[in-house]
Ligand binder design. Sequence first.
Ligand SMILES: Nc1ncnc2c1ncn2[C@@H]1O[C@H](COP(=O)(O)OP(=O)(O)OP(=O)(O)O)[C@@H](O)[C@H]1O
Length: 534
Amino acid sequence: MQDDLTGTINGAKDAQDLIELATAEDSVGDLLRRGLDWLTRVVRFDLATVFLLKEGRLVSVAARGPLANAKVRQHSLKLSEFPSLRHALETRRAKAFTEEDHAHGDGDPFDGVLDLPPGHSCMVVPLCAGERCYGVLSLDRAECETYPQPVVDLVEVYGQMLATALQSAEQRVTFERLHRQDHEHAKLLEAQLGGDSEGILETSRSPVMRDLARRARQVAETDTPVLITGETGTGKERLSRAIHRWSSRADQPFVTLNCAAIPAGLLESELFGHVKGAFTGATKDRAGRFQMAHGGTLLLDEVGELPFDLQAKLLRALQEKTFEPVGSDKTVRADVRILAATHVDLQQAIAQKRFREDLYYRLSVFPLRLPPLRERREDLPQLCDFLLEEQSRRTGRRGMRVTPAGLARLETYEWPGNLRELANALERATILTRGNELGPEAFDMPTRGAVAATPSVEPVASVAPAAGEPKLAPVLTLAAVQREHILRVLTLTRGRVYGEGGAAALLGLKPSTLQSRMKKLGIARLEQFVVDEA
Ligand SMILES: Nc1ncnc2c1ncn2[C@@H]1O[C@H](COP(=O)(O)OP(=O)(O)OP(=O)(O)O)[C@@H](O)[C@H]1O
């Protein structure tokens, strides 16, 4: 198709370019520039102008052709004064103007801006997609001739494509803004709840802790993997967050994956993502934690629980920084700094063939061992202040403090659940106390001697027997009874939580519920129950 008003139309190639234009992830400016480039190939004009609708006005945002000048680029029109433009938007149809239209219609949109002859070639194309009309495209030529209908139809399709591309560019901007807002919001919440604070690390009174914090800050500056070990509740996750915040990746995502909390069959997809149809229930592509952490830090919590076959895949992802989502043969690259945490003795797990030695050496380039609370008792006063302050942000109970006698009481306890147990003890004491002072009577843990005798139970109080009556057993807290019972069942199942005959099934709980209860009660996961089956 070629005449005075059409350019050279190169069939499939032009259609393909147009589709590419509509699906490209360009910014709005680039999109308009490329869109007008495309148009020059298929239709002749001296001026193509894109006007976008803003508060009842059509504002020129891009212009192309020999007549495009600064005045055209700054031009704007009141839509209500141009019925022909309004009509094009209402009917969503492109229209070529004839000499007659010019004689009886509204004024020329470029009156006062350009000196175009009466009856010049002119076409108006609405830019509408879905529910929205974004504006109009106008084509003008200094010659007096009407654009033929096939050209109008073609440019109308172009207008629809351009509007669709504008729509997706707009959606992308909105999505990115919402994503940013979510990120900001999450950070704010974290800050409000105190989760963005490193807690008592560098300010610790314990020389061991201070040294650990110093080394953590040094390694934070690098991309070296760090293996954080320590008993349950010693603050491994909080230390990981501190390392992330101290690193140059601080503004990028911090993503965690608790390898013990996710059923083994789903872990690979959680780590590396999956593609639609990879397995029953995979109804769409889903990014894994590696992709989510791109540019940032990924904490593999309870890494000792990672199934053996998945450990090889993780090793490859660490070495090559690439992996394949489940069900895909496409290799994905992610730039992720890895932190791993565990409370199990990985050396022992290696000896029992439950953990790969090569992965261990990869993860443990820089090991950090968090001491248990009983080895840093000198931090108790600071920790109590810190945890009470943090708790007050959640509960509103401000100004709580532990009296010196209360502290002396806390110092006599062994703290098997470490900082988490301390936080829980303080919260319980706050609930049970009317005033602001937590004295020894506010705390329900046994003294050091009692702990040694019955390590897994926590009596609240001994009920004094009346004279002549046999001695009564100590009254246990509900938590202590639960703890003891769960430990018994875990021993029976040799540490197995999941599946038929697992502890969760025996206790009538969902495995995830049992896991979280175990975590709360400070029950370390499972190696002490596992009998080496080799
Ligand atoms: N350095 C710290 N200063 C003050 N409080 C801390 C510190 N580290 C941890 N905590 C508190 O102790 C509790 C347990 O912390 P965290 O979850 O980081 O421990 P963890 O070792 O990762 O536990 P788990 O082994 O169960 O995964 C949380 O309430 C946390 O706020």
